[in-house]
Design a protein around this ligand. Structure first.
Ligand code: ZN
Length: 308
C-alpha cells in the first residue's frame, strides 16, 4: 500500500476575488470547483488544478473574508513547490510574475515567490518522469506551464518525532535526514522539514491549512485503520463528494489528510465548464437560495474561454 504523492494542498485566503485572479489569470491554473466550505457554507472553498482537476495539481483555498495575514511557524507548511520543465520555463515565470507576485527570487533550478497574500511557493525544474499535469491558458505556453506539485516544505523543531509515522505507518521513503517521498503507482511527492524561525506561527491568510496525500480508493479504509492503530486519532472517513477524506495531525504538528483519487470533479459538472458555476454537494443544495446572495462575487475564472 503506497500513497500516490500529494493529492491537494489547502490554504487560506482573506481575499477570494484576488485569489481567483492570481491562480487563474497569473499562474494559469484552471478553477476546477467553485464550492463552499462544508464546515461553514457561507464562505467559499475554491479549487485550482490542471485541465482534468487531477490529484497532484490541486491547490485549494478556504475563504476567511478579511482574516489577518498569517505566518508559517513550527508545525506548519511554509512553502509549496511546483514542477516546471526547464530553466527556460523559469525565465518565462520570472518575467511573468514580476509585478504580480511578491518577493520573486531566482537561483539555479528554482524560482521563489509569494502570492498576493504572502503564501510562499517555488517553481522547481523537474527531474521526475511523472506525467506533467497541465492547465491551458492563452498566455502560458504548454512547455512553460506548471506541471503539478513537487513538494511541500514544513517547519519542524524535531523531524525525528515524525519519522515512525512517515516511514512505518505511511510508508514514505526517507530521502535524507529531513525529507521523505510518497511515491505510488503513478506519482511521487516530497515532504520536507526545515528548521523553524524563532517567531511562533500564526494561522491566517497566506498560510497552508493542510496537505492531503493521495490514496487509491480501495486502500482508503486500511489507511484509516493504520493511522488509528498508532493512536493518532484520525477523523472518521468523511465523504467530500469529489473524494473521501481522513484527517489527522502528524507528530510535528502539520495537519495531514488522506484523500481518495476519485471520483473526481467531473462527477457533478460538465468537464468543459468545471469551476464556472457555484456547485454545492447534494447535502448543501437546499441552501443555495440563502448562500448565493451572501457569497463574495468572483471574477469569471476563464474569461478568454467564455462562450456566452
Ligand atoms: Zn483537504
Amino acid at each position: 500500500m503506497r500513497l500516490d504523492g500529494i493529492h491537494h494542498v489547502t490554504c487560506i485566503t482573506a481575499d477570494a476575488p484576488r485569489n481567483v485572479d492570481f491562480y487563474t489569470r497569473v499562474l494559469g491554473l484552471r478553477m476546477v470547483k467553485k464550492t463552499v466550505n462544508q464546515d461553514d457554507p457561507t464562505v467559499y472553498h475554491l479549487f485550482y488544478a490542471d485541465e482534468q482537476g487531477s490529484p497532484g495539481a490541486d491547490i485549494t483555498f478556504f475563504e476567511y473574508p478579511g482574516v489577518r495575514r498569517g505566518r508559517a511557524g513550527a508545525g506548519m507548511v511554509h512553502t509549496v513547490d511546483w514542477r516546471v520543465a526547464s530553466e527556460e520555463a523559469l525565465d518565462f515565470w520570472e518575467a511573468r510574475l514580476a509585478g504580480e507576485a511578491q518577493r520573486v527570487t531566482r537561483s539555479e533550478g528554482v524560482l521563489s515567490f509569494e502570492d498576493p497574500e504572502g503564501l510562499r511557493q517555488r517553481l522547481v525544474v523537474s527531474h521526475t518522469s511523472d506525467a506533467p499535469l497541465l492547465a491551458e491558458h492563452p498566455e502560458v505556453p504548454a512547455e512553460h506551464a506548471l506541471q503539478g506539485f513537487d513538494a511541500v516544505r514544513a517547519y519542524a523543531v524535531d523531524p525525528e518525532a515524525s519519522r515512525t509515522l512517515l516511514e512505518d505507518v505511511l510508508e514514505l521513503r526517507a530521502v535524507d535526514a529531513s525529507s521523505w517521498e510518497a511515491r505510488g503507482a503513478s506519482r511521487g511527492g516530497l515532504y520536507v522539514y526545515d528548521e523553524p524561525p524563532a517567531d511562533r506561527g500564526l494561522s491566517g491568510a497566506g498560510t497552508v491549512h493542510h496537505v492531503a496525500w493521495a490514496s487509491e480508493l480501495e486502500d482508503h479504509a486500511a489507511w484509516h485503520e493504520r493511522v488509528a492503530a498508532v493512536g493518532l486519532r484520525p477523523s472518521p472517513i468523511i465523504d467530500r463528494f469529489w473524494f473521501r477524506s481522513i484527517y489527522f495531525r502528524e507528530p510535528s504538528g502539520v495537519l495531514f489528510e488522506i484523500a481518495t483519487k476519485g471520483p473526481g470533479f467531473a462527477v457533478d459538472e460538465d468537464p468543459e465548464h468545471l469551476g464556472e458555476a457555484l456547485v454545492l454537494p447534494p447535502a448543501f443544495e437546499h441552501l443555495r437560495a440563502q448562500l448565493e446572495p451572501v457569497l463574495t462575487p468572483l471574477p469569471h475564472p476563464r474569461p478568454w474561454a467564455r462562450t456566452g
